[in-house]
Write a protein of this length. Structure first.
Lengths: 452, 169
């Protein structure tokens, strides 16, 4: 390998001189935190928003879903859009981790741990949303096939039952995959933690890991198989979510494009969220040598590609609604462009398709603030897409006498922002308890890069 | 008498070379402890590392999960709780493929992690190797070759590690 190629392959900054540098930096937020007041402020803000979410949900359980803007026509509202959006964000973690592992992408090691944590938290919030949206949430366990005296079984032909299996499998799988990658790092913390309780807790969760070559070999193999399982799983989860819509007969929903369109949208918003989290971690923790500008540049390229696919998907929807000759389908597209939701729809197209085209420019891709701003815009755009999928079709289906508009209430917004706060809150706790970067993979990476 | 002799190395190249030299002289290390995996070093340990059947275990678990998932739906909707849903056949197999797909992945993953633990003998919080303080560095930045007592004389004469550590029980 020539010197130039060697530099190309470097993903860890020159500030790192030894394995101990990696260990110290990765465990710093847990064992030697700096700027803790910032962390406390973030915890207070996100904790308050979490309380807002708890209050909203309590009020919801006491008064029923009438507190939301849902009406007799638009029976799905914010919770379903939030569900699809959060679950989409939950896709990038496992995908970054698994697909980049299988394709031997070396930039993975800096991102996978916190991206997987993002998955866990986002999917948790996503899974709660449809439960909140049930009129009688205390019957949610009816969706589970469990032995009961009435001899009742779930309706296996229902898309909502498929959702339960998809989301339930995904969250369980993600926890296992995340934990399997975490064990060697927990062993490192077991050795570095100062308090006896911490040593014991990390020690117990590390299962007695001691870095044995025999264990590494099986671990490596097992981890690769898990990655190979994760990819088809990720693709299936948002495909199944899309079937909630596509398996209906509503105009605009009953489309074969829905599964791939949802999966790409999920990755798109998930990668955008990874950018935001990576930037925050880079700013708050001593992770600069690991999360470099080149990492942002790589994700920016993925975002650019996904934005183009999103654009093609939107155009495909327009084309097929025209080509179908179906009056309701055609009307729906006209309604999106000219109806009361039109400003939101133009924002969606601008945020998801037009703005990300700035990433064609290398200068933009290499500017972290620019990529972060674009990523936030994408996340807003993707939320607009999710809500408009719900609103537009339900507002204008086959029966003109039931056409109505959705007007959100304050509770809709409180649930949305409360869930964002809860996400941030869980992340704040995570970074102080668990290494946000995989130290053992960074050690391996560094040794490969410095093999001279 | 010491239970084990640990040879401490700072680089994986040196550790691999030492393990190889020892193995070729018939004094192969029993194990190697390292902060990140070292490719190929298991070629030089004794008893040799067998190919782990983890892939097969996961595959069989996945296949069993899929079959159980399908049978559950078939039994419940054909026999236990038949419901006419828009005139569809009771055994609506295309709709019934989603649950087996998810269950296959779920059972492969759960059995996989349990299988990995079982094959590694984990959890094991009280391994004798933890008696040496240096074992704590093996998960951070040092590589340790673990030699049985009978190899002690030869390795002390021939290998040049950073340090030697004896583990007593």
């Amino acid at each position: 390998m020539s010197a130039a190629e060697g530099a190309q392959e470097r993903w860890i900054g020159p500030e790192i001189h030894s394995l101990e540098d990696i260990n110290a930096r990765v465990s710093a937020p847990i064992l030697a935190p700096s700027h803790t007041w910032r962390w406390w402020v973030a915890l207070a803000v996100s904790g308050s928003l979490t309380i807002v979410m708890i209050v909203t949900v309590t009020w919801l359980f006491a008064h029923g879903i009438g507190i939301f803007g849902n009406n007799t026509t638009i029976v799905w509202g914010f919770p379903i859009a939030n569900y699809v959006w959060w679950l989409g964000i939950g896709h990038a973690g496992t995908l970054i981790s698994a697909l980049l592992l299988l394709t031997r992408q070396k930039w993975r090691a800096s991102l996978n741990r916190f991206a997987e944590a993002m998955t866990l938290f986002a999917v948790t919030l996503a899974g709660l949303m449809p439960i909140f949206h049930l009129g009688r949430p205390y019957y949610v366990y009816w969706i589970v096939p469990y032995p009961n005296v009435q001899g009742v079984w779930p309706q296996w032909r229902s898309a909502l039952v498929w959702d339960f299996w998809a989301v339930g499998t995904y969250i369980t799988f993600s926890i296992l995959f995340w934990y399997a990658g975490l064990i060697p790092d927990l062993a490192m913390l077991r050795e570095r933690a100062r308090s006896r309780t911490a040593r014991r807790l990390y020690g117990a969760f590390a299962l007695g890991w001691r870095g044995s070559a025999r264990h590494w070999e099986i671990h490596d193999r097992f981890y690769r198989y898990m990655a190979a399982l994760a990819v088809p799983l990720v693709v299936s989860v948002h495909s199944i979510v899309s079937l909630d819509f596509a398996a209906s007969l509503e105009p605009g929903w009953s489309d074969t494009i829905y599964p791939p369109y949802f999966v790409v949208g999920a990755l798109y918003s998930g990668f955008a969220m990874v950018v935001v989290i990576a930037a925050v971690l880079r700013w708050a923790c001593p992770f600069k040598p690991f999360v470099t500008v080149r990492h942002f540049e790589m994700i920016a390229k993925v975002l650019l590609m996904a934005s183009i696919i999103m654009g093609v998907s939107y155009a495909t929807e327009w084309f097929w609604s025209w080509y179908s000759g179906n009056r309701s389908e055609r009307h729906l597209v006209v309604f999106l462009f000219t109806g009361p939701y039109a400003p939101l729809y133009y924002c969606q197209l601008l945020f998801n398709v037009v703005v990300p085209q700035a990433l064609w420019s290398g200068r933009v891709r290499r500017s972290i603030p620019a990529v972060v701003i674009i990523a936030i815009i994408i996340n807003v755009g993707m939320w607009l897409e999710r809500i408009l999928i719900v609103w537009a079709t339900l507002s204008r289906d086959y029966l003109p006498s039931s056409w109505r508009i959705f007007l959100p209430t304050v509770w809709d917004w409180l649930l949305l922002f409360g869930s964002l706060g809860a996400f941030m809150f869980m992340f704040m706790i995570f970074v102080r308890l668990i290494p946000a970067l995989p130290a053992h993979e960074l050690r391996r990476r560094w040794l490969e890069e410095n093999a001279a | 008498m010491s239970e084990f002799l640990l040879a401490e190395f700072g680089s994986k190249q040196k550790a691999t070379a030492a393990a190889r030299a020892a193995a070729e002289a018939g004094h192969a290390p029993r194990d190697v402890l390292s902060p990140s995996p070292i490719e190929g070093i298991t070629d030089w340990i004794a008893p040799p590392q067998a190919n782990s059947p983890i892939g097969w275990v996961m595959f069989i678990a996945g296949a069993a999960g899929a079959v159980i998932g399908y049978l559950m739906q078939w039994y419940s909707s054909v026999f236990a709780y038949p419901t006419d849903s828009g005139g569809r056949p009771l055994n609506s197999w295309p709709d019934f493929l989603l649950v087996p797909y998810e269950l296959a992945i779920l059972s492969a993953a759960i059995v996989g992690i349990l299988g990995w633990m079982w094959m590694c003998g984990l959890p094991k919080l009280n391994d004798p190797l933890f008696a040496a303080d240096i074992t704590g560095r093996a998960v951070q930045d040092r590589i340790l070759l673990v030699f049985p007592p009978k190899a002690a004389d030869w390795v002390r004469d021939h290998l040049k590690p950073i340090a030697w550590h004896e583990v007593r029980e």
